[in-house]
Ligand binder design. Structure first.
Ligand SMILES: C[S@@+](CC[C@H](N)C(=O)[O-])C[C@H]1O[C@@H](n2cnc3c(N)ncnc32)[C@H](O)[C@@H]1O
Length: 242
């Protein structure tokens, strides 16, 4: 069951506004070009920001996400007909024989158990053509992002076109490494509605990820930095080997 921020229709509609400029996505468009992948599978595509950027550039894109409310936002955007949108999770991917699978926005951290993560890696492997690539990001545990989240508990207030003013507050509710839990509280000032969304993410380390990938049929070609968040992320570039 995806978190409220992705699955609640009212929260999914304000997700992009609070997510801000997607400075992170240019690097992924660059990686797709670099790898020469024509068919791209966007796993956990959410509101479709990367899928739409790629489709606009002529790539064949399938976006998969379990949150129907986020997919509805994606389907309502300009150019959405160019993308094939599929409701499903990472373990139930369509057999698209993709040249590249991507997980942006730290989707890799939503898989909390070893079984969930292994299941996702195996299903992605099956959805890739032989020799296809998997590219994903995950926050470096050493950077301790949750400390920044806990320190910056100020309220963000946005006037969102078509929605009116919404405020968002972030609270870190538990740090029990490798798991970090947090809660967003949104207030819709137009009618006073207050909605909360609780999330837990898993922070996996570099060596653990290298091992996980090797055990599930991938060879790691590179582990990069995210150019828009230097020092914060691992960006894994892996290749299906079996
Ligand atoms: C932080 S959002 C990132 C969305 C998108 N990749 C982006 O960069 O904007 C995380 C996404 O992971 C999705 N998600 C949660 N559980 C999932 C699962 N088991 N399989 C695939 N996606 C999942 C959520 O619904 C949500 O859309």
């Amino acid at each position: 069951m995806p978190d409220g921020i992705f699955a609640h229709p009212r929260l999914a509609r304000v997700y992009d506004a609070f997510d801000g400029d997607r400075d992170d996505l240019a690097a992924y468009v660059g990686i797709v070009e670099e790898l020469g992948a024509g068919r791209v599978l966007d796993v956990g595509c959410g509101t479709g920001c990367l899928a739409l950027l790629l489709a606009e550039r002529g790539y064949t894109v399938v976006g998969v996400d379990p949150a129907e409310a986020s997919l509805q936002v994606a389907r309502s955007k300009a150019g959405a007909v160019r993308v094939t949108w599929v409701r499903g999770d990472a373990t139930s991917l369509p057999a698209v024989s993709a040249e590249l699978a991507v997980m942006t926005g730290n989707v890799a951290q939503v898989f909390l158990t070893d079984d969930d993560w292994t299941g996702a890696l195996r299903a992605i492997h099956a959805a890739l053509e032989p020799g296809g690539h998997l590219v994903f990001e995950t926050r470096r545990p050493q950077r301790r992002a949750w400390q920044d989240w806990a320190a910056g508990t100020g309220e963000i207030r946005l006037d969102i076109p078509g929605v009116a003013v919404v405020t968002r507050r972030l609270e870190v509710t538990q740090v029990r490494l490798p798991f970090v839990s947090f809660r967003y509280t949104y207030t819709f000032l137009s009618d006073g509605t207050v909605l909360t969304s609780d999330s837990t993410l898993r922070f996996r380390d570099h060596d653990e990820l290298i091992t996980n990938l090797a055990h599930n049929g991938y060879r790691v070609l590179d582990v990069r930095d995210a150019p828009d968040r230097p020092g914060h992320e691992f960006v894994f570039v892996a290749k299906r080997t079996t």
